[in-house]
Design a protein around this ligand. Structure first.
Ligand code: HEM
Length: 210
């Protein structure tokens, strides 16, 4: 039986192709860095869309899910129309806000991402920290702190709308800049696609599932 050979296999370890070492490292990045993180966020996001914790504010249960599905079904007529470019438009701000709120409540890396203070030391939060010290912010604690968010345990995509964080508005004191799901250095997905892979999957699933 004829076996199809991929471009990668044909050029492996050849001049101009990937070396075996490069292949292993790239695969590690895609699987460890890309697949589990994406799957975890999709799991959390689906949970919150199906079980919104609506203790107050002006929403009825399922309103977020209904708003999102209506937006998607009114915007796209078929799955082929849902592309990374199409879901990055201003029209899709609600989808983006849902993904951001999912990243806040269910960050795929919920612990802390350590950084080493430069040799000269650094003033952090008003205190001089000696060089060589490992420092970190606990992601989940910051994301769920009532000091940073109104109704911190609730799934409210609305808090990501700038106008609702202005004086007199419900989420006025929310500190959305606290949410750093990929830490201070940028991850490939966040930098190039704005978590486009998560938005794309969510958009396709919600557009055609009833
Ligand atoms: C929801 C999805 C994702 C989350 C939450 C996430 C999270 C992160 C985090 C927290 C880091 C920084 C680690 C650190 O500072 O120690 C990171 C880096 C990185 N991520 Fe992601 N990631 C996601 C999706 C992806 C995908 C889909 C890819 C690739 C296809 C990817 C590739 C990378 C790479 C290459 C780095 C290292 C960047 C560098 O060292 O400059 N990530 N990611």
């Amino acid at each position: 039986m004829a076996r199809s050979t991929t471009h990668l296999q044909k050029h492996l370890n050849k001049p101009g192709g990937l070396s075996y070492h490069d292949l292993v490292e790239t695969t590690r990045t895609l699987i460890v860095g890309g697949a589990e993180t994406t799957a975890t966020l999709l799991t959390g996001l689906t949970f919150y869309l199906l079980n919104p914790h609506r203790s107050s504010f002006n929403h009825s249960p399922r309103e977020t899910l209904n708003t999102l599905t209506t937006l998607l079904r009114q915007t796209f007529n078929s799955a082929s129309e849902i592309t990374v470019a199409a879901i990055q438009t201003d029209e899709m701000a609600y989808l983006k806000a849902c993904v951001n709120e999912g990243l806040r409540l269910f960050p795929p890396l919920p612990g802390n991402l350590r950084r080493i203070v430069p040799k000269s030391g650094k003033v952090i939060a008003g205190k001089l920290v000696p060089g060589g010290t490992r420092v970190a912010v606990d992601v989940l604690s910051a994301n769920l702190s009532a000091e940073n968010f109104t109704l911190p345990d609730g799934f409210y995509p609305e808090r990501w709308y700038h106008e609702l964080r202005e004086p007199g508005q419900f989420f006025e004191r929310d500190q959305c800049q606290v949410v750093k799901p990929v830490s201070l250095i940028s991850c490939l997905s966040a930098a190039f696609f704005g978590f486009g892979q998560v938005m794309l999957i969510m958009a396709i699933v919600l557009s055609w599932s009833s």
